[in-house]
Design a protein around this ligand. Structure first.
Ligand code: NAD
Ligand code: ZN
Length: 654
């Protein structure tokens, strides 16, 4: 292996594995070859610690990289065409056998101008200075005490403009000091360190971190008071409501309970004021939409008004909220929430340090605007290249009976439509299998398995607590856990009768009651579906308890539709015909009963029933799922208190 590549892997892995260095996120590294013609540099998409002989780097021709900055044609382009062209030209400067399409770091130019070994990081302890008004003064004094003369690079729009300015400043430094700068601080950005060997570069990084650390006195310790589950759930629902009112988007809300940093921050008198300054750096702007918002209390209406006024001023809505006395909340898709929480925590800490050094130095409106426009361009491209959005994107749904049969099909259908689905059932193992299948059918979808006995009040309450703790809201309930004890009236044991009433009526009621309570508090409407049956409309033989309960489910739904309509909650039923696929109701014993009832052989039962339908078409789980998705979607916005019969044409409602 080329010595330069071996060195690159060494400095990348060493810095990437040290939390003190990478805390605060990001960074890249490079090493130039002995002949000075090439440079190995970290590629985007792989973490520093994961780089190895085959992964996470590209090799660039240095003259080609530097020629981009000298190209007059590029200089004349408007900002966004120019940045795209620079990225393309960097890819063209690659001279290696890597075929993954991984892109060399967009900061490649900066690396090309420095000494052979370059480490660039955004550590928290450095951010404390480069994001503070007097940070430069304090830092230069501290460095001077150890004989170090760092180069300070004032904030410049990232990409081409930064590269140009960087080149000028490095040349000036070299003219003045007779050598290239070894340490560079980039305002509102981070640290560059450069040296002529791997060990020297790592030593220098550690020295800078130590000096920065020494200059920062500890922040007052904070301890989080344990907030009640109720107040946390209430805050989540309020935030979700306000985000929906302002954007029409359904977002999950996550809570981060034990953070010393957040606790310390909340204990300050100037906490609110420290969060009035916008994003500290491009990362905070791009990932967290700017600084977190401070809330004295989490109430939906005033928060919605606040967010609306941001929209009117053309500002991005924050993704993170710090609620006095409670802590940090993040309104974002789950896969992004962790990163946003980390960036926000870092930012809170940096803001507290910056307060001691003349105050927070944040991005100006113009600087933010540059990043926003650039980002939205990139985002637009991503959308064009096929961002998947379903009719129920990010709706939070609960499905009972999700371990088997129709509940399972419906859970899959809702997930296909983009919803996040809580799979509730007494059969946890089989529900976990549903989750596995959904992950296969729609990669990236969100599910949670929640063991729940729908007949137990306590179990139902606990199940909803789990959903709120995980996603912070609720939009859809599908009651599907049901039983069909097949007995002739004269043979029906009373315990089977009672059991069916418990699951099919009490279970539907308990689930709907809990759902209604949450939907009313959340205040953005919702949809409840009772999965009934054609037997709920037209009685069938040997089905006493089933007829009674399935009919009862329809009528309960009508009453709920009346009660909840004013809150924007729609309640409807789906009445499937016979669905054999995957159902435990249609078990061999039940099939035998049906065969006997109709004087046919068991294997003739399915064709016999299919033949009774107008469409002569077997009903599948997906057919019922589609009916449920329709009723839950905005396309059914004026439909409530109704029953949608999905039976291939057997029972006619009028
Ligand atoms: N399959 C059909 O032909 C058909 C037709 C019309 C309506 N339906 C309705 O669809 C629903 C599901 O029927 P299926 O055929 O898919 O049945 P199924 O037996 O295959 O699935 C029912 C699921 O409910 C779960 N369950 C039972 N008791 C529970 C409890 N107390 N708490 C939580 N979960 C419980 C079971 O573990 C099972 O996973 C029922 O409400 C049924 O009335 C089915
Ligand atoms: Zn950077």
């Amino acid at each position: 292996m080329d010595k330069a590549l071996a060195d690159l892997i060494k400095i990348s892995n060493t810095t990437g594995k040290d939390p003190a260095l990478v805390l605060g996120g990001g960074g890249n590294t490079s090493v130039k070859t002995a002949d000075g013609a090439h440079m190995y540099i970290k590629a985007s998409g792989t973490a520093l610690k994961d780089m190895d002989a085959t992964l996470g780097w590209r090799r660039l021709r240095i003259d080609s990289v530097l020629s981009i900055l000298k190209d007059k044609a590029i200089a004349k382009l408007d900002a966004f065409k120019r940045e795209t062209e620079v990225v393309n030209r960097l890819l063209l400067s690659c001279d290696d056998e890597v075929d993954t399409g991984a892109r060399p770091s967009v900061e490649s130019h900066l690396h090309a101008m420095l000494d052979t070994h370059v480490i660039h990081l955004h550590p928290l302890v450095v951010a404390a200075y480069v994001s503070a008004k007097n940070g430069r003064k304090v830092l230069e004094k501290q460095m001077a005490a150890e004989g170090l003369v760092p180069l300070w690079v004032p904030y410049t729009d990232p990409g081409y403009m930064l590269a140009k300015r960087f080149a000028r400043l490095v040349a000036e430094y070299e003219a003045e000091h007779g050598k290239k700068p070894g340490i560079l601080f980039l305002e509102k950005h981070g640290l560059f360190v450069t040296a002529s060997s791997a060990n020297a570069a790592i030593r220098r990084v550690r020295q800078v971190i130590r000096l920065c650390q020494e200059g920062l006195k500890d922040l007052p310790a904070g301890r989080m008071k344990l907030a009640s589950a109720e107040s946390v759930a209430g805050a989540k629902l309020a935030i979700r409501n306000a985000m929906f009112q302002t954007t029409g988007e359904y977002l999950p809300v996550s809570y981060y309970p034990d953070s010393e940093i957040v606790a310390s921050f909340m204990g300050r008198k100037d906490a609110k004021q420290l969060l009035t300054t916008p994003a500290l750096n491009p990362d905070e702007l791009v990932y967290a939409n700017g600084s977190a918002m401070w809330l004295d209390t989490a109430k939906a209406k005033p928060l919605a008004r606040k967010l609306q006024s941001l929209v009117e001023r053309n500002q991005k809505l924050p993704a993170a909220f710090v609620v006095k006395g409670l802590g940090m909340f993040v309104a974002a898709e789950k896969r992004l929430a962790g990163l946003i929480a980390e960036i926000t925590e870092t930012s809170l800490k940096v803001r507290m340090y910056a307060a001691r050094m003349g105050g927070v130095l944040a991005l100006t409106a113009r600087e933010q605007n540059f990043i926003n426009t650039w980002e939205s361009e990139a985002f637009r491209k991503k959308l064009v290249s096929g961002g998947e959005a379903g009719e129920l994107t990010n709706r939070i749904a609960v499905v009972t009976g999700a371990a088997s049969g129709l509940g399972k099909s419906i859970a899959i259908g809702l997930a296909r439509a983009g919803a996040m689905v809580a799979l509730m059932d007494i059969d946890e193992k089989a529900a976990t299998e549903t989750a596995r299948q959904i992950a296969e059918i729609r990669p990236g979808s969100q599910t949670m398995v929640v063991p729940c006995n729908v007949t137990s009040e306590g179990s139902v309450q606990k199940a909803f607590e789990a959903v709120l703790a995980h996603w912070g809201g609720l939009d859809i309930l599908v009651n599907a856990a049901g039983l069909a004890p097949p007995f002739a009236l004269v043979d029906m044991p009373v315990d089977k009768w009672r059991m069916a009433l418990e699951v099919n009526l009490t279970g539907y009621f308990l689930m709907a009651r809990e759902t209604a309570r949450i939907l009313i508090e959340q205040g953005i409407g919702g949809s409840i579906i009772n999965l009934s049956s054609k037997s709920g409309l037209e009685a069938s033989k040997n089905n006493t308890a089933y007829n009674a309960t399935k009919s009862g489910e329809l009528h309960m739904a009508r009453g709920w539709a009346l009660e909840l309509g004013a809150q924007g909650v729609r309640v409807n039923c789906v009445a499937p015909g016979n669905v054999f696929e995957g159902s435990k109701i249609w078990n061999p014993d039940y099939i035998k009963v049906c065969a006997k009832k109709n004087k046919i052989k068991p294997e003739e039962v399915i064709p016999f029933y299919v033949n009774k339908t107008a469409l002569k078409r077997e009903i599948k789980g997906q057919d019922i799922a589609d009916a449920v998705v329709f009723l839950c979607s905005d396309k059914a916005r004026t439909v409530t208190g109704q029953v949608l019969v999905a039976d291939s044409g057997q029972v006619w409602t009028r």
